[in-house]
Design a protein around this ligand. Structure first.
Ligand code: PRP
Length: 212
C-alpha cells in the first residue's frame, strides 16, 4: 500500500508537528535533516510528509494529492473548508483580534471605517456579524504598518504574545476567535483509507491528552 501523505505547514507549526509525530513513535530524522528534499519519508514508510506554506497545505488536501494536512485554524477560517477537520492538535495557539491605535475607540463615530488585514474573509464575516459596513484592504504582511501609515483605522490580525501590537502602539479592541493547529483530511481519503487515518488520529489524540 502506498504511504499516507501528509502536508505539514512549514515555519511556526513545523517544530511542534515533528515533536508530536515523534511522540507517537514515528522516526522523523528525514524531517529534522531535510536539506532541500520536498517529499520526506516518515516512520517505517507508512507516512510521507510534504512541507508547504499554510494555504498550499489546504490546496493539496482539497485536491487529494495529500491525504492529510496540519494547518492553522486561521488559514482554514480564511480559505474555507472543503475537507474534514478531525483533530485540534493543541499547539500553535493564538487568536484573531481587531486591533487599533492605543486609546482609539473603533466602534465610536459615524464615519466609515477602514481595516487592513491579511485575512479579508475573516474580517468581512466579523464585521457582518456586527452589522457594520467596514472597508477592508488586503495586506500581505506586517499589517501593523497600515494604521501607522494612515491607511486604515485598525487591523484584523493574529495575536500571539501581543508584543508586535505593543511595540507598534496598537492594542486589542476585540478578540475575534481562538486559533490552534488542526489535522485536516481529504474527503475521499477519509472513506478510502479510513482505518489508517483513524489509527493515526487516535495515536495523535492520545499523545496530546497525555501531555496536558
Ligand atoms: C504574526 C502576526 C503578527 C505577529 C503576532 O505574524 O501577523 O504580526 O505574528 O505575534 P505576537 O503577538 O507574538 O507579537 P507572522 O510572524 O506570522 O508573520 P506575517 O506578518 O508574515 O504573518
Amino acid at each position: 500500500m502506498k504511504p499516507l501523505r501528509i502536508a505539514l505547514t512549514k515555519g511556526r507549526l513545523e517544530k511542534a508537528t515533528v515533536e508530536l509525530l515523534e511522540r507517537i513513535g514515528l522516526d522523523c530524522s528525514s524531517l529534522r535533516e531535510k536539506g532541500r528534499r520536498l517529499i520526506l519519508p516518515v516512520g517505517d514508510g507508512s507516512l510521507e510528509a510534504v512541507l508547504a506554506k499554510a494555504p498550499d497545505v489546504i490546496t493539496y488536501v482539497e485536491h487529494g494529492v495529500c491525504d492529510l494536512g496540519v494547518v492553522g485554524k486561521d488559514t482554514i477560517m480564511e480559505q474555507g473548508s472543503r475537507f474534514f477537520e478531525i483533530l485540534d492538535l493543541g499547539f500553535g495557539r493564538c487568536g484573531f483580534a481587531l486591533a487599533v491605535p492605543k486609546g482609539v475607540n473603533f466602534f465610536e463615530g459615524y464615519e466609515g471605517k477602514t481595516v487592513a488585514s491579511k485575512y479579508p474573509n475573516v474580517s468581512r464575516r466579523f464585521f457582518e456579524s456586527r452589522q457594520m459596513d467596514v472597508r477592508i484592504i488586503k495586506i500581505e504582511g506586517s499589517v501593523e504598518l497600515a494604521p501607522l501609515l494612515g491607511l486604515a483605522d485598525g487591523i484584523v490580525d493574529i495575536v500571539e504574545t501581543g508584543a508586535t501590537l505593543k511595540e507598534n502602539g496598537l492594542e486589542i479592541a476585540e478578540r475575534i476567535s481562538d486559533i490552534s493547529a488542526r489535522l485536516i483530511v481529504n474527503s475521499a481519503s477519509m472513506k478510502l483509507r479510513k482505518d489508517e487515518i483513524e489509527a493515526l488520529a487516535g495515536s495523535l489524540e492520545q499523545a496530546i491528552r497525555e501531555k496536558v
